[in-house]
Design a protein around this ligand. Structure first.
Ligand SMILES: Cc1cc2nc3c(=O)[nH]c(=O)nc-3n(C[C@H](O)[C@H](O)[C@H](O)COP(=O)(O)OP(=O)(O)OC[C@H]3O[C@@H](n4cnc5c(N)ncnc54)[C@H](O)[C@@H]3O)c2cc1C
Length: 458
């Protein structure tokens, strides 16, 4: 049995006691779920409105996906931009991409305002491509980017690649050529399957530590308007004519609006009194996928980075949400009381959770995932030591919406209920953007239409 042991949770060094809800309560806004989505939604709601907020977490702050991810700060969707343009049209798709990228600025605002100390490493991250189709897809994405004034991804193609001449002329301005050894160096690999390298703005952050620090700031800053309970699973949400009621332990929370920041898996029923049924629809749209990661400690010899590797064979080719790939991050890490180490984290293996099956954080890590990550590192990452002792193995649950886009906004059948959920593989920046967007709905602002609207997610 390999226990689920995440470096992000280990870094929390929690001292705060869990305080469950011990009485009936009321607030203008009830937020369910204390991952990065719930905490940043609380931040923007408290900062941008004068409403009272109660945040209710079933377990502990940031112990869900937020404490079991890769900690890579990145703005891509696990869906090609070209595909999103086909579904939503260029304007909405590009606007969605721009919105997620705007969360970099929001992240900076939060860090500055709350004076957070959680390290955030910024750099250019790289992705290695190994097939003609992958190269063409990214060139098409880049064309949409340049046509709509979004920053371009840098694309470097190996100058002696035998399919170079097949790249259509129309893309010539979107890539540069270089000796293959140069792009392999950026990808930190000796695997000559990789014939192109993408570069884009990325970062690394412990999103659990960030959320934990931010909750501390909210508790200290908004004493009059913010309350917060852990160990308090919501088991029913009832949407009445003028209020919503949440059943939590032996108590009831009354609120004007309820925001679900539960990632998509919540174990409660939703009763829409006097309206159409929401419960069944809601519970069956999100598909669960377990992501597996391993991490090892090494001396602090290399700078922080994030690299993704897209192999020639795509084991997940039937999957509408994207390709199978491995991803690696490296960042400074305190170990045994010293900060002269790096932590190298790798993920890729995933398992679809059968419909209706439960997921437990306590479940053992998968032996297959361990072997597959180890094998991947050995044959791809040229800085991988021969004898690796992994310090961490962890898994987390991701909720995938049918079209791979986060749901942010009011429920079309009853706007008393709002969502900021649907991890879809990459959720740190989308959650933060979602937090701001939800605060605008709560403030009764005229919010522009977007790909994140639940109406677009049937
Ligand atoms: C293996 C893995 C790797 C990932 N890598 C990345 C990455 O590199 N970059 C990136 O951007 N994203 C990544 N993600 C996704 C990212 O971690 C999430 O999208 C992000 O953390 C969003 O968190 P959340 O707040 O929506 O969900 P969560 O962190 O899961 O929080 C939801 C919370 O809701 C609570 N809850 C559920 N039901 C109830 C209830 N009934 N009552 C009260 N509370 C309830 C849960 O206990 C939980 O704490 C990864 C995810 C995984 C699993």
């Amino acid at each position: 049995m390999i226990p689920n042991h995440s470096p992000w949770i280990k870094q929390l060094k929690r001292t705060r006691l869990v305080v469950p809800l011990d009485k009936n309560a009321s607030a203008a806004v009830a937020i369910v779920g204390g991952g990065i989505a719930g905490v940043t939604t609380a931040f923007f709601t408290l900062r941008n409105t004068d409403k009272t907020v109660i945040l209710i977490e079933a377990n502990k702050i940031a112990h869900g996906a937020t404490g079991h991810n890769a900690g890579q700060v990145t703005s891509y969707f696990e869906r090609p931009l070209t595909d999103m343009v086909q579904e939503f049209g260029a304007e909405l798709a590009i606007d969605g991409q721009r919105s997620v990228e705007s969360a970099w600025m929001l992240l900076d605002e939060i860090v500055a305002e709350a004076k957070l100390q959680t390290p955030l490493y910024r750099f250019t991250g790289y992705s290695g491509l190994s097939t003609f189709d992958q190269v063409i897809l990214h060139l098409k994405n880049n064309r949409y980017r340049t046509d709509h004034e979004l920053p371009q991804e840098s694309i470097v193609v190996a100058e002696k690649w035998d399919r170079l001449a097949e790249i259509p002329q129309e893309f010539t301005d979107l890539y540069t050529l270089a000796p293959q050894k140069d792009l392999l160096q950026l990808l930190e690999t000796n695997n000559t399957d990789y014939i192109a390298c993408l570069g884009y703005r990325k970062g690394c952050m412990n999103s659990a530590l960030f959320s934990e620090e931010l909750i501390g700031y909210l508790i200290a800053t908004y004493k009059e308007r913010f309350s917060f309970y852990e160990g308090s699973p919501v088991r029913e949400v009832r949407l009445g004519d003028s209020k919503a009621y949440l059943e939590v332990l032996a108590h009831t929370v009354e609120a004007e609006r309820v925001v679900l920041c539960t990632n998509g898996f919540e174990n409660f029923s939703i009763i829409n009194e006097g309206g159409v049924e929401i419960d069944t629809k809601f519970h069956h749209v999100v598909v669960g996928r377990i992501g597996y990661m391993s991490g090892y400690i090494e001396p602090l010899n290399n700078p922080p980075t994030a690299i993704s590797y897209f192999p020639k064979t795509n084991q997940r080719s039937n999957d509408p949400t994207g390709e199978s790939y491995f991803y690696l991050t490296r960042r400074p890490h305190e170990h045994e009381g010293k900060d002269s180490y790096n932590l190298v984290c790798t993920g890729g293996p995933e398992k679809v959770l059968p419909n209706g099956a439960g997921y437990s954080r306590e479940d053992s890590y998968s032996e297959d995932a361990r072997a597959s990550i180890d094998e991947f590192l050995r044959s791809n990452y040229n800085k991988h030591p021969k004898e690796t002792e992994y310090s961490f193995f962890w898994h987390g649950l991701m909720g995938y919406t049918p079209n791979g886009i986060r749901r942010i906004g009011p429920e079309p059948c009853n706007p008393r209920l709002l969502y900021n959920l649907g991890c879809n593989g990459v959720g740190i920046l989308p959650s933060i953007f979602g937090g701001l967007r939800i605060s605008r709905f709560l403030n009764n602002e005229q919010v522009e239409q977007s790909i994140f609207d639940p109406d677009n997610q049937q």
